[in-house]
Design a binder for this molecule. Structure first.
Ligand code: E4P
Length: 217
């Protein structure tokens, strides 16, 4: 499973990239707001830091205007994926941008039928939002599983990008189901390394080592 960093914070992306833990980046208008940066500038900077896809989201709501913004974002770098909302206009813009050879990430997906439409419109990525479904007591992971089944039934090449990930369990479950990509806040990716038995075991080893009086030189 590929890991995308769900952030527009340069330092966080750089830290993960140095470890080979980031295969791409996703941003959205809220993350751009949080970064305090200009969208074109920060997207250019991120796209120059990593080889993989960097999603940048349009804010227009009508297909023609989405296309215009999408082309402007795509011109930033060859690894830009234009992020479009899963509306009818978004699907129209998706079809047009995909035919031009631009990567498209169709976002704000909350149903299997929406995902089916995105695949038919030529989306490179579909972003089902797990956490936001969980927030309203709907099992977000069930949606990932349904989309996996539907895409596999028909051999759609659109990649399932599990989004709105809030926990390490979301990461594990998305991997078990076979999501192609998971986009997560860097804090969640870092937390995947944590285990209390690792900490306990390390503390015991270090205490015993201290007693040997030795040094590794
Ligand atoms: C990524 O593409 C999405 O915009 C993001 O994962 C949304 O996450 P949130 O629901 O935690 O805001």
């Amino acid at each position: 499973m590929k890991f995308f960093a769900d952030t527009a914070e340069i330092d966080e992306i750089a830290e993960l990239a140095a470890l080979g833990m980031v295969d791409g980046v996703t941003t959205n208008p809220s993350l751009i707001l949080k970064s305090g940066r200009d969208i074109l500038e920060v997207t250019r900077e991120i796209a120059g830091m990593i080889d993989g896809p960097v999603s940048a989201e349009v804010v227009a709501t009508e297909a023609e205007a989405m296309l215009e913004e999408g082309r402007r974002l795509a011109a930033i770098a060859p690894n830009i994926a234009v992020k479009l909302p899963l509306t009818w206009d978004g699907l129209r813009a998706c079809k047009a941008l995909a035919s031009e050879g631009t990567m498209v990430n169709v976002t704000l997906c909350f149903s299997a039928n929406q995902a089916l439409l995105a695949a038919k419109a030529g989306a490179t990525f579909i972003s089902p939002f797990i956490g936001r479904l969980d927030d309203i007591n709907i099992d977000g992971m069930e949606l990932i599983a349904d989309i996996r089944t539907i895409y596999d039934n028909y051999g759609f090449e659109t990649q399932i990008l599990a989004a709105s990930i809030r926990s390490v369990n979301h990461m594990k479950e998305a991997a078990l189901i076979g999501a192609d990509v998971a986009t997560a806040p860097p804090s969640v990716i870092r937390r995947m390394a944590a285990h209390p038995l690792t900490d306990k075991g390390l503390a015991a080893f270090l205490a015993d080592w201290e007693k040997t009086g030795q040094k590794i030189v």
